[in-house]
Design a protein around this ligand. Structure first.
Ligand code: C5P
Length: 300
């Protein structure tokens, strides 16, 4: 059973104080992008994970692998032994702030559910997804959604039009906990962050289908800590704007930089000139919003 699952970018990522459980209260707007991983789950003796594609060597394949955890969680919930091989074909940058690991967990849940015929309803799948990671429910959901809590509580967002992105992929990933911890350090001693309000600017721009207004409204509270940990990302942001991007923002906890283009044609031109500028390891194009995780084939 094979499931295709999209990456995400946060159009707004407002981070509140650290909670007693270690997570931060978030208000975020996710958009699913047309950059995909494919996850195949097939019966085998015991649980195994195989990863192929770009950055595959950097994905842990042991018990910690999020897709393996997803299969074990579904198995425990439904009474199935997790005797499957999970094959992950990476198209989403690894440790890039685009929720690739979460996407693989969502895809593995859906694929194992289809393979075993357990047919969990949406609520049960979403609750298992939330237990696996803050971004996993959104990878199931797709489209555009407002996320609250630690990011796992979702409501759909009204959006018009298609948005064209150019993604600057960095040489080396960043750890999400390290970026949140750096944010805590930056905030230490300062007055507490203001309560995270609703992302009105982003929501209004999406409702109107206004790419320029969306560019102005992009916000990511994890950008300053990501830039502290990886100062050369500033050059990527500056170069993107010089080359004609409407706006640029670090994607999630980074280090991928997401540049918003005015149109599909502008995105092609921007991607070519950004690749020529030599400020990042790789350049990708993607459009959003796209649907969440979907079964694409029932044969490996
Ligand atoms: O939920 P997930 O496992 O993807 O989160 C990875 C890490 O990111 C957490 O362990 C935590 O350090 C940080 N995080 C956070 N607040 C959130 C989401 C994630 O501090 N809302």
């Amino acid at each position: 059973m094979t499931v295709r699952v999209p990456a995400k970018v946060n159009l707004h990522l407002g981070v509140g104080p650290r909670r007693p459980d270690g997570y931060h209260e978030l208000v975020t707007v996710f958009q699913a992008l047309s950059l995909y991983d494919e996850v195949t789950v097939a019966p085998s003796p015991g649980l195994h994970v195989v990863v192929t594609g770009e950055g595959a060597a950097d994905v842990p394949i042991g018990d910690d692998n999020l897709a393996a955890r997803a299969v074990r969680a579904l198995g425990a919930f439904t009474g199935h032994r997790p005797d499957v091989t999970v094959t992950i074909r990476k198209g989403i940058p690894v440790a890039g702030g685009m929720a690739g690991g979460s996407a693989d967990a969502a895809a593995a849940l859906l694929a194992a559910d289809a393979l075993w015929g357990t047919r969990l309803d949406r609520t049960a799948l979403e609750s298992l997804a939330a237990g696996l990671g803050s971004d996993v429910p959104f990878a199931l959901h797709g489209g555009t959604a407002l996320g609250t809590g630690r990011g796992e509580r979702l409501s759909p967002v009204l959006t018009r039009g298609e948005y064209h992105w150019v993604l600057a992929v960095a040489d080396e990933g960043l750890s999400t906990p390290a970026v949140f911890a750096e944010l805590d350090r930056l905030r230490a001693g300062a007055k507490p962050p203001p309560p995270v309000g609703p992302p009105d600017g982003v929501l209004a721009a999406l409702r109107a289908g206004d790419v320029v207004a969306l560019g102005k409204a992009l916000r990511n509270d994890l950008q300053p800590p990501a830039l502290r940990l990886r100062p050369r990302l500033q050059r990527v942001l500056d170069t993107g704007r010089e080359l004609g991007a409407v706006a640029g923002v670090v994607s999630g906890s980074g280090p991928t930089v997401a540049l918003l283009a005015r149109s599909a044609g502008d995105a092609i031109a921007l991607a070519a000139s950004l690749a020529g500028a030599g400020v990042c390891r790789a350049v990708r194009r993607a459009a959003g919003p796209v649907p969440g995780a979907r079964v694409v084939a029932d044969t490996p």
